[in-house]
Design a protein around this ligand. Structure first.
Ligand SMILES: O=C(O)CCC(=O)C(=O)O
Length: 276
């Protein structure tokens, strides 16, 4: 189990993101790559698959599988990932929200657009983050993530974008949301403080749900890019259902009311607590 240094915690606070080398034991990479194969062969109702069955140019995502997939559940509870999230957020606890597999086959041109996570989710609060674990080695050209450093603390709440541009897209729920238009970062990258890292399988980026981020397409002709993002709630996360929020967990699923702390042990399990 990896402990974060005070310097890493300070950097997360200031920049909104840190890279963590060897974030979890290598065996998790093998185990989660098997989950990738399984989900691609048996997509769930929450999957989003552009060009299904293609060996190339296929963007596949699936999410909210932890309740039925024992390997994902073991990863959450046994790998130490929850502790990384809790420490970075300087929280006394880390509750789990959802798992998100993100696969880009070789030659996938579609970028993951620049966005901020929190408007997609039914929460408010500063202590909300993700741990994106690389399951394959990845360079920025092959779709490693990039971030606008410090953008988590600029007070903006951006309108969610639907990932991919198909008609009848399974993510079109996001269109009902409100917020500011995300700036056109690609039009003038030099105007933004952009940071990203080449990563090895087993490295992670841990980032605030308020931070602007994206991932370009996968320009490799041969290599798949696969990652598992897990979403974490800290002490101040408040249940905030709103139009355009992810429909995997809605008011009918939870025992808390809008505006209350998201402390529902059944839906948002308490995975990590700070030792006294
Ligand atoms: O993996 C990607 O392409 C994007 C991931 C992302 O946006 C996230 O984990 O919040």
């Amino acid at each position: 189990m990896r402990e974060l240094s005070q310097q890493e915690i300070n950097t997360y606070n200031k920049d909104g993101v840190i890279r963590i080398k060897n974030a979890v034991a290598p065996s998790w990479v093998e185990r989660l790559l098997a989950v990738v194969e399984h989900q691609m062969a048996h997509p769930s109702e929450w999957a989003n698959d552009a060009n299904p069955d293609n060996k190339e140019n296929r963007l596949f995502t699936d999410r909210y599988q932890w309740r039925s997939n024992q390997e994902i559940k073991s990863y959450l509870f046994e790998s130490g990932v929850a502790g990384l999230a809790g420490q970075a957020m300087q929280s006394n606890q880390a509750r789990f929200y959802f798992d998100h597999l993100l696969v880009k086959e070789p030659g996938t041109i579609t970028p993951t657009p620049w966005h901020q996570d929190v408007p997609y989710w039914p929460f408010k609060g500063t202590q909300i983050c993700s741990v994106w674990l690389a399951l394959t080695d990845v360079t920025v050209e092959q779709s490693a993530m990039e971030f606008v450093r410090g953008s988590h603390s600029d007070g903006q709440y951006y309108m969610p974008k639907v990932f991919g541009d198909r008609e009848n897209h399974p993510g079109s729920w996001a269109k009902q949301a409100a917020g500011e238009e995300v700036p056109d970062i690609e039009a003038d990258r030099s105007a933004f403080d952009i940071v990203g890292w080449d990563m090895k399988a087993g490295d992670a980026v841990l980032f605030s749900a308020w931070l602007l981020h994206w991932a370009p397409g996968n320009s490799s002709a041969t290599k798949r890019r696969a990652a598992l993002s897990t979403r974490w709630l800290g002490d101040d996360a408040i249940w905030f259902p709103h139009p355009g929020a992810d429909p995997t967990v809605t008011q009918k699923d939870v025992s808390v009311n809008p505006g209350e702390l998201a402390r529902d042990d059944n839906v948002f399990p308490l995975v990590w607590e700070r030792k006294a």
